[in-house]
Design a protein around this ligand. Structure first.
Ligand code: FE2
Length: 372
């Protein structure tokens, strides 16, 4: 965490180029790959496992637009992947960041206070070389630095091509990735992203904004102004009942990635395709759309409100536009990781106006699980 001896933010922070991939450690990568291909429309593009010399794991790489998910499962009960899956269930292990120079990024991040996880190293195969290193962030989550300039292989050395196209649903890039941390830890982690990566704090909410009758949370958004890589951080706030963030922390057994927001240019089409393929989304009450109609007319919402209501898509308004968003139910058995599908029409926020409707939907599910 932050330390008074660290250099001032802004000098020599790691230079990021964008999100390289997000790696999930899961119990069964083959079946998870099938789910993300058939339900989310991803292409399977690469594979690593015993057949490629990777003895302890099997790993599938899925791609849609600029979004790259890596699904990795352990082949034995020993080792870090099996330990992670036993403790956390399926979840995000790494938010990998593409960099020009992995050693320099690692050096900068660790000098500025990040805990080392993997020292810079070079891996190569017939397609070229990749340099990689990793540092810890909240919980057991890490940021891997990937330097792949000139590498021509399908993912990383050790992976082979595995071309199985999915149907594509119009998902284009990662809009933001949200972390849940323990009560009292949001500000230290926001400071950490500012100190280590020179991220700005973009917007913040507290329990006065984000509260329903029962549960509440606080949230701040950290963002790299240059690449727009965005990591909102949530912590539980006091409510009458158990915060949804606390439910996550209880089931994930600590801090971790709560949701990954994926951008589309046509949310109605994307969500319809995903729903038809079996993705389960949270729903909004009919009253939400009654309240929405006059505001939608006022803001010139071009989408058909009947379609939004039918699919349960939420709309939030800002001065300069609006955004459309919807959240999946948790994708695993534990009430932990879920996804958001988001389309922006001029709005830069995260759907603050929808938090009440969204949280009431989450709480209906939380209550059904006996955790409210
Ligand atoms: Fe979000």
């Amino acid at each position: 965490m932050t330390d008074t001896a660290l250099p001032a933010a802004g000098t020599g922070a790691p230079v990021l180029l964008g999100t390289d991939h997000i790696e999930l450690w899961v119990g069964n990568a083959r079946q998870a790959a099938h789910f993300y291909r058939s339900a989310f429309g991803f292409d399977v593009v690469a594979y690593a496992g015993p057949e490629t010399g990777m003895r302890d794991r099997s790993s599938y790489v899925l791609q849609q637009g600029h979004i790259r998910l890596v699904l990795t499962a352990p082949l034995t009960p020993e080792g870090a992947i099996a330990d992670h899956v036993r403790l956390h269930g399926d979840g995000v292990r790494s938010i990998a960041l593409r960099v020009e120079d992995a050693a320099a990024a690692y050096e900068a991040a660790t000098t500025r206070g990040a805990r080392p996880v993997e020292e810079p190293h070079r891996i190569e195969d017939a397609s070229g070389a990749v340099r990689s290193a990793a540092v810890a962030t909240f919980g057991d989550t890490v940021h891997r630095f990937v330097e792949r300039n000139g590498y021509a292989g399908p993912h990383l050395p050790g992976y082979r091509e595995d071309r199985r196209p999915g149907s594509g649903v119009g998902l284009r890039f990662v809009d933001h990735t949200v972390g849940n941390v323990e009560v009292g830890r949001m500000d230290p982690w926001v400071d950490w992203y500012h100190t280590v990566f020179n991220f700005d704090v973009f917007q913040e909410f507290d329990e006065n904004d984000i509260a329903t009758r029962y549960s509440a949370l606080r949230s701040k958004v950290t963002r790299d102004a240059r690449t727009m890589i965005t990591f909102p951080i949530n912590e539980p706030a006091a409510g009458l009942r158990v915060s949804q963030i606390q439910e996550y922390l209880d089931y994930y057994r600590g801090p971790g990635v709560q949701h990954i927001a994926l951008h589309t240019d046509d949310v109605v089409d994307t969500v319809r395709r995903m729903r038809d393929s079996g993705v389960e989304f949270l729903t909004a009450p009919a009253a939400y759309y009654e309240q929405l109609a006059p505001r939608a007319a006022e803001h010139g919402v071009s989408e058909d409100l009947d379609h939004l209501r039918e699919l349960g898509i939420l709309v939030d308004f800002e001065e300069n536009g609006y955004l459309l968003q919807i959240f999946t139910r948790p994708v695993g058995d534990r009430p932990t990781l879920f996804y958001e599908v988001i389309q922006r029409r001029g709005a830069r926020g995260f759907g603050k106006g929808n938090f009440k409707a969204l949280f009431e939907a989450i709480e209906r599910e939380q209550a059904a699980r006996g955790n409210l």
